[in-house]
Design a protein. Structure first.
Length: 286
């Protein structure tokens, strides 16, 4: 997840323009050579700058000097795997020091291409810089591994992604239809708000069980809930941060860059278990 809870408003804005710069850089060449017009309009800073836009991450295996290196790109279906990886740092060595964001030094999201399988886990860092986590992926198919972390000396997250294959017959599930309500683990979760491309989209969620609103959601990773948004088609990992409403504990602001279909994964904790509600949503043009 994004370390939005620890970012100041300025830092959050910086994360947005930085990610836009990285997206531009990956398309046209090294970051910093594109001569983006916004560079002169901002105070000088160590981060590259670009025209403000919505944050998109998780489309590159290497970015900002950091590289995601999976120990193995294949995991057998249905068996617990000892999943390992490193983050190569700017000096070429595995990064061994991380800043904490949302209670964790690194967040790992593993999704199947059709978004029908989703894991958000927190690997353990070994002294040599190797991350490990027991991971069981039940169903075959192409997966994407997304690592979200804040290296020392930075205020914004780096989001890297690599492909992972679970061999076997891949049967993609048909797309979820956009809906405002979804059911998970006996809870009904309702989303209020709409995604609009190119701007801040306030979204609020309410959780009920057996028709009664659940009043006692538990803190999870330093917040009341977490929201991860992935773009269908390329699984871009999008910037989402908590909203400012004190009355709605599950309020977020999503910045989606383009019209089209997205998948939202809301994670809440109740009765000492984490529940993940999945929504499909269509972002309209602004
Ligand atoms: Cu996490």
């Amino acid at each position: 997840m994004r370390p939005a809870g620890v970012l100041s408003g300025y830092a959050a804005g910086l994360a947005v323009v930085f990610a836009a710069a990285m997206a531009l850089g990956s398309a046209v060449g090294p970051v910093g050579t594109a001569g983006t017009p916004a560079a002169a309009a901002h105070d000088s800073h160590e981060e590259p700058q670009a025209q403000a836009g919505a944050a998109v991450g998780g489309l590159a295996v290497s970015e900002a000097g950091y590289t995601l290196q999976l120990a193995q790109p294949v995991v057998a279906a249905g068996r617990p795997a000892d999943f390992r990886f490193t983050i190569g740092g700017p000096d070429g060595q595995p990064l061994r020091s991380y800043r904490t964001s949302h209670d964790k030094p690194l967040h790992l999201v593993v999704v199947r291409r059709d978004l029908a399988e989703y894991r958000h886990v927190h690997p353990v860092l070994g002294s040599d810089g190797t991350w490990s986590i027991p991971l069981t992926l039940g169903r075959p198919g192409p997966y994407k591994v997304i690592a979200d972390f804040v290296p020392p000396g930075r205020t914004s997250a780096v989001v890297l992604a690599a492909d992972l294959t679970v061999p076997g017959v891949y049967t993609p599930e048909s797309e979820l239809r956009p809906a405002k309500t979804t059911a998970v683990d006996g809870y009904d979760v309702t989303m209020t708000g709409a995604l609009v491309a190119g701007g801040d989209s306030p979204l609020t969620f309410s959780v009920s069980r057996a028709g009664q609103r659940v009043p006692d959601l538990q803190p999870y990773l330093g917040a009341n809930g977490h929201l991860i948004v992935l773009r269908e088609g390329d699984l871009a990992y999008l910037h989402v941060h908590p909203g400012s409403s004190a009355h709605e504990p599950l309020s977020f602001v999503a910045d989606v860059p383009s019209p089209g279909r997205y998948r939202l994964f809301l994670e809440v904790r109740h009765d000492d278990a984490v529940h993940t509600a999945s929504f499909a949503a269509e972002a309209g043009a602004s």
